[in-house]
Design a protein around this ligand. Structure first.
Ligand SMILES: [Zn+2]
Ligand SMILES: [Zn+2]
Ligand SMILES: [Zn+2]
Length: 233
């Protein structure tokens, strides 16, 4: 949990606004070891404030550019960048802390409530998506251009990662995959059973049935026997 830099009160999840003294806290990039601000403003527009976003370089393995709004401190990530940043910043997590994750997974809306905002690049209305499993963060996503996080949400995702949220998410994905495969197998069997309706013989019994017929068919049996005795004469 992060604390207000002004009065030390704990900050609400997904928020940069202190509930006690009202001051705004720039907490999101505290978890990032190093970054520089580029002086040039990007062409991208903050979906909350309509101002140009500023490009900042997080220097993970070289250049790693994301955009930030100086006003609301929201962040915009190109596709895959947010995952890469979480991965690079929070590592060595080997266990899922379920209690901690339950605390983190507060579904209260962030400071902006439920609202739909525009992609900073194409201006199309973005989708609201649950990030990961039990993260408590609903991110705004343009499937072509990336993900917007409001101020405080990145800090929240760092906490989620530390509590093993990503491990839990992978576990869930794995379970979903297995359940889906089982369902497909069930469907396949059902179809197979339906298509062989009408000849309700079990195929595994077919050979038995054939050999029984031969033994019980005296004519055929006799013919074969006669033929054999004829040739062996
Ligand atoms: Zn405060
Ligand atoms: Zn803004
Ligand atoms: Zn877009």
């Amino acid at each position: 949990m992060a604390n207000c830099s002004n009065c030390s009160a704990p900050l609400p999840p997904n928020s940069i606004q202190c509930a006690y003294c009202g001051s705004r806290n720039d907490t999101d990039l505290k978890g990032v070891h190093y970054y520089t601000t580029h002086e040039i403003e990007s062409e991208r527009i903050c979906p909350r404030c309509n101002l140009r976003l500023r490009t900042i370089d997080l220097k993970l393995d070289g250049r790693f550019l994301i955009e930030r709004c100086d006003e609301c401190l929201g962040l915009f990530f190109d596709p895959g960048e947010l995952e890469a940043l979480l991965e690079a910043t929070v590592s060595n997590v080997f266990a899922v802390n379920r209690n901690q994750l339950d605390n983190i997974n507060t579904t209260r809306p962030n400071d902006y409530g439920v609202s739909y905002i525009k992609c900073p690049i194409c201006s199309k209305i973005m989708n609201r998506v649950n990030f990961g499993t039990k993260s408590g963060v609903i991110a705004d996503r343009c499937k072509d251009h990336g993900i917007w996080l409001d101020g405080g949400e990145l800090r929240h995702l760092f906490e989620w990662m530390k509590a093993g949220g990503k491990l839990l998410h992978q576990e869930r994905q794995e379970q979903l995959k297995i359940a889906e495969e089982k369902e497909q197998e069930r469907e396949r069997r059902k179809k197979h059973a339906q298509s062989s309706d009408g000849d309700c013989l079990d195929y595994s019994g077919f050979n038995m049935y054939g050999s029984t017929l031969r033994n019980e068919d005296p004519d055929l049996f006799e013919m074969v026997k006669n033929a054999i005795s004829f040739f062996s004469k």
